[in-house]
Write a protein that binds this ligand. Structure first.
Ligand SMILES: C[S@@+](CC[C@H](N)C(=O)[O-])C[C@H]1O[C@@H](n2cnc3c(N)ncnc32)[C@H](O)[C@@H]1O
Length: 227
């Protein structure tokens, strides 16, 4: 997918090392950021958990006029790149990045959430690196940290259909264990049904969108809205 905001966001990395530029380009071409950003239309204060090099927060900042977007991440090196890219894109006043520990949950730890809660929280391809217990704890805490009407947007890779899941699983083993470009304790895809069940039991109104039509990765988007 190509759009003007995506092109502008990727240009913000033009001074980054080649490996980073390749990684960012790979994320752009393999992850359907457009529909994820669509789900956060109108959200004024957004938290992105596991922001990586910050591509999604920058893209969101360019596409929507959100006043505050905070990306949190466990990998310090990625945060250095993310901050430089925000400066380069002229977005540093609205898009910021903070380091967190691997057990981070938004309701309990800094960055300090807005008094009313976040209007949007995104978690894009992160849960599978956490292991099921920590991933569900993150979702429960994120649901609590939303403002009324706020949206929790979860994009992951589904466990079905099996052939697409197998291809994605092999690619993730290469990313986490061979190339070591992604940090995380686990590599276990989380089924959309598991995310739906967790967000529903946390009291959110939940919708699911399959994003893998014509794509090799079984991407899904689950959106939970706090009533
Ligand atoms: C596949 S990358 C996705 C990055 C970004 N969300 C994107 O879509 O481009 C997964 C990211 O999650 C981060 N991560 C892994 N475990 C985490 C945790 N427990 N808390 C926060 N971030 C974590 C990794 O360091 C990595 O940058």
């Amino acid at each position: 997918m190509s759009d003007v905001a995506g092109t502008t966001a990727r240009r913000a990395y033009r001074s980054a090392p080649l490996t980073v530029r390749v990684h960012v380009a790979g994320r752009w071409w393999t992850c359907p950021f457009g529909p994820i950003a669509d789900a956060l239309t109108g959200a004024d204060r957004v938290l992105d958990v596991g922001c990586g090099h910050g591509l999604f927060p920058l893209y969101l900042g360019i596409r929507h006029g959100a006043s505050e977007i905070v990306g949190v991440e466990i990998d310090r090196e990625k945060l250095i790149v993310a901050r430089a890219a925000a400066l380069s894109a002229g977005l540093a006043s609205r898009v910021s990045f903070e380091e967190v520990g691997p057990g981070y949950t938004p309701a309990e730890e800094p960055p300090v959430r807005p008094t009313e809660g976040w209007d949007g929280i995104s978690v894009v391809d992160v849960l599978y690196l956490m292991g099921p217990e920590r991933a569900m704890r993150l979702l429960r805490a994120a649901a609590k940290a939303l403002a009324p009407g706020g949206k929790l947007v979860v994009k992951e890779i589904d466990t079905t259909p099996a052939w697409k899941h197998r291809i994605s699983a092999v690619q993730e083993v290469v990313a986490t264990r061979v190339l070591r470009i992604t940090q995380g304790d686990h590599n276990q895809q989380v089924a959309s049904s598991t995310v739906v069940a967790e967000l529903t039991s946390a009291g959110l109104d939940v919708t699911t969108v399959r994003l893998d039509r014509g794509r090799i990765h079984p991407d899904y988007l689950v959106v939970g809205t706090r009533p």
